[in-house]
Design a protein around this ligand. Sequence first.
Ligand SMILES: Cc1cc2nc3c(=O)[nH]c(=O)nc-3n(C[C@H](O)[C@H](O)[C@H](O)COP(=O)(O)O)c2cc1C
Length: 189
Amino acid sequence: MTDLLSHLQTRRSVSNALLSEPGPDDPTLADMLTLAARVPDHGKLAPWRFVIYPAGARKAGAEWLAARAEALGEDVEKRVKKANGFATAPVCVGVISTAAPHVKIPEWEQHLSAGAVCLNLLHAAAAYGFRAQWLTDWFSNDPEACAYLGVAEGERVAGFVYIGSYANAVPDRDRPDVPALTSTWAAPA
Ligand SMILES: Cc1cc2nc3c(=O)[nH]c(=O)nc-3n(C[C@H](O)[C@H](O)[C@H](O)COP(=O)(O)O)c2cc1C
C-alpha cells in the first residue's frame, strides 16, 4: 500500500527520446500487458487491443511517417520531429480503442476504458522498474498514417506507450489546483 501510495504521489512520465535500453523483454512485456488490461470495463467488452511496434520496424515506420508529414505540408518540421520520435525507446505499444456502437454501452465509455489501459500500462511499466510515456502525436489522427500503423477503419489510437529505462529523477511538473477543480453538488432547489 505504501509503495502504491508513494508511486501515485511521485509518478512522472519520461520523454520517449530519453528512454533507453534496457526495455522489458518479451515475457515481461506480456506480463505488463496482462496487468494493463486489468481495467474497469463496462459490459466486459474489452474494447481495445494492443499492437507491438518492434524497435527495428519502427525505424522504417519513422521514415514513412516523416515522408507523410512532408506530403501533408503543414507544420512539417515539427511533425517530422514527432515522426522521428516513433523510432525512439526500446519498446512501443499501441493501445487501440476498438469502441463500436453497442446496444447498452456508450462508445464514450469504451474509449474511456481504452484510456484506462494506457494509464495502467504506465503503472505496470513502473511496477517492473521501467519508465514510460503515453503519446498520441499527429499521426494518431491521420487516417493514412493510422492505416499504415495497422489501425483499422473505425478504430482509434488511445495512445502509443513508449517504455524503456532512464536512471535520472524527473522533477515534478506543475500540477492542477485540485480544490479549485472540485465542487460539491447540491440538488437544485
Ligand atoms: C491521451 C494523451 C495523449 C498525449 N499525447 C501527447 C503528445 O502527443 N505529445 C506530448 O508531448 N504529450 C502528450 N501527452 C502527455 C504525456 O503523456 C505526459 O502526460 C506528459 O509528458 C507528462 O505528464 P506526467 O509526467 O504527469 O505523466 C498525452 C497525454 C495523454 C493523456
